[in-house]
Design a protein around this ligand. Structure first.
Ligand code: NOJ
Length: 510
């Protein structure tokens, strides 16, 4: 039987911004639970919830101080169990975030490691003397992800510690077997509770070249974006064994933030490492036919031969939303939804994209993220009321534009809305083996149009995406009927070859 994740559509939830029940302006686990009916109505198969563990929140949860507890801001372990049970009752899988590259500097492991050079936990992190002694000479030239150096001098013990991200996020030493065992135990903690898998943070960072060589002079990227040490693959094979010991249906989705499809593809190993590896290259492509055709063809060339299942992401919590990147046009966002949900592979939706949200404009005095990512993390507007479904205090970040009309309740009441388009696409995908699992093949198309076929046995669909603003005429062999139209105008009619500008369609044989 095919594993569930091969036909699943994932929905990413940034818990601070999704739904609040406590009235403090920060979302919580009970809030997610209360909105499960919405997610079921929308038709997603799985949710991925960004970190909700105990954390000082210097990186809003990606600085974990206890992997086995819920931060009080988000609720309790009991709230998590209830959320999981109620999601499962609706056939929605739950994938949680796991942050193995680094802990918080407030994690008891680091507090102990930092205590003294002879601490039994010292080697759980990456400590080095400088090439020179004292704070002057860093061990190498690596840059941290949000600016500054990847090394911080610990005055009390007279050594540097490594952090690919903030100084409050010291890197764990995955070459120490005790670290590996302790981290496996954190996985088992959540697997025993019944989670369906993990989204794994910064997979490519887990092991480093032991010689810690300098990055090339003039390299502008932080080291986290280039670290790709071969030893990580053995770490992943052992992680896979931990997951597979739970019956084989728990999924490992890895963030492999190396912007190269062939490199990312290696992280699925021989079917014994990650199940799914995020390929973020499309996040940095413009809304352009040539760019997208290149992306899709490369993914097909690299992943299809090794049986890998691609992933497709247009937006996430680390980058401007795609509607904003594509110039703010809702029509393009609609066409992009058709593309995302009809490619071969696992689509990852980012909460709010189904409302056509743009990034919020965040005034300087409301900026809170050290990486400048606040705009894409704005609160989910649930209704047209002044609080948009957030009780009590105003949410922690400003609203995206037009929350009075661009909210769940208003768009749900409008069958022509982008929200209903997502729902129809999800339903079409679910009911068609060609769309959720079939092969992908390009079709002839006029300038500006991307056309492809998805096929599984007798089940076939054609997909047309017009990247241009001008209408196009597409000649396809055989009679076709419009199943989904990004303009919501022609569904159920015979396809007559006409495709509006900035529009997309799913066709089925008539
Ligand atoms: C990737 C996460 O997506 C991002 O939000 C975080 O800041 C870094 N990893 C560090 O954990």
């Amino acid at each position: 039987m095919e594993p569930w994740w091969r036909s699943a559509v994932f929905y990413q939830i940034y818990p601070r911004s999704f739904a609040d029940t406590g009235g403090d302006g920060v979302g919580d686990l009970a809030g997610i639970r209360c909105r499960l009916d919405y997610l079921q109505w929308l038709g997603v198969d799985a949710v991925w919830i960004c970190p909700f563990y105990r954390s000082p929140m210097t990186d809003f949860g990606y600085d974990v101080a206890d992997y086995c507890d819920v931060d009080p801001m988000f609720g309790t372990l009991g709230d998590f169990d209830r959320l999981l049970a109620e999601a499962h009752a609706r056939d929605i899988k739950v994938v949680v975030d796991w942050v193995p590259n680094h802990t918080s500097d407030q994690h008891p492991w680091f507090v102990e490691a930092r205590r003294a050079r002879d601490s039994p936990k010292r080697d759980w992190y990456v400590w080095r003397d400088g090439p020179g002694t004292g704070a002057g000479g860093r061990p190498n030239n690596w840059k941290a992800a949000f600016g500054g150096d990847a090394w911080t001098w610990d005055q009390a013990t007279g050594q540097w510690y490594l952090h690919l991200f903030l100084p409050t996020q010291p890197d764990l030493n995955w070459r120490n077997p005790e670290v590996e065992e302790a981290m496996h135990a954190t996985l088992r903690f959540w697997l025993d509770r019944g989670v369906d898998g993990f989204r794994i943070d910064v997979v490519q960072g887990l092991t480093k070249d032991p010689a810690l060589p300098d990055d090339p002079p003039g390299q502008l990227l932080p080291h986290a974006a280039v670290n790709d040490c071969a030893d990580t693959h053995a770490v992943l094979r052992r992680l896979r064994q931990v997951a597979d010991a739970y019956g084989g249906d728990r999924v490992l989705v890895g963030e492999v933030y190396l912007l190269s499809t062939p490199t990312v593809a290696r992280y699925v190993g021989n079917g014994d490492e990650l199940h799914l590896a995020f390929d973020f290259t499309p996040l940095y492509e413009p809304w352009d036919l040539g760019a997208w055709r290149g992306r899709i063809e490369e993914v097909e060339e690299e992943l299809a031969p090794v049986g890998g299942w691609p992933t497709w992401t247009l937006s996430n919590h680390d980058n401007p939303r795609h509607r904003t990147r594509y110039g703010g046009s809702e029509r393009r966002a609609r066409a992009a939804a058709v593309l995302l949900l009809t490619l071969r592979g696992a689509p990852f939706l980012y909460y709010g994209e189904e409302l056509g949200l743009e990034d919020a404009l965040v005034p300087p005095d409301r900026v809170v993220d050290p990486g400048g990512r606040d705009g894409c993390r704005s609160p989910m507007p649930w209704d047209a009321s002044p609080g948009h479904g957030w009780p009590g205090a105003a949410p922690w970040l400003p609203w995206a534009p037009e929350p009075e009309v661009r909210n769940v309740a208003s768009l749900r009441a409008d069958e022509g809305s982008i929200l209903h388009l997502y729902r129809r696409l999800l339903a079409a995908r679910r009911s068609s083996p060609a769309l959720h699992g079939g092969a992908w093949r390009p079709l002839e198309a006029p300038a500006g149009v991307l056309a492809y076929e998805r096929a599984d046995g007798d089940d076939r669909r054609a997909v047309l995406v017009n990247f241009g603003e001008a209408p196009a005429t597409v000649a396809l062999e055989g009679p076709w009927e419009v199943e989904v139209d990004s303009d919501a105008a022609l569904e159920g009619t015979r396809f007559r070859g006409r495709l509006a500008g900035d529009a997309a369609m799913v066709l089925r044989p008539a």
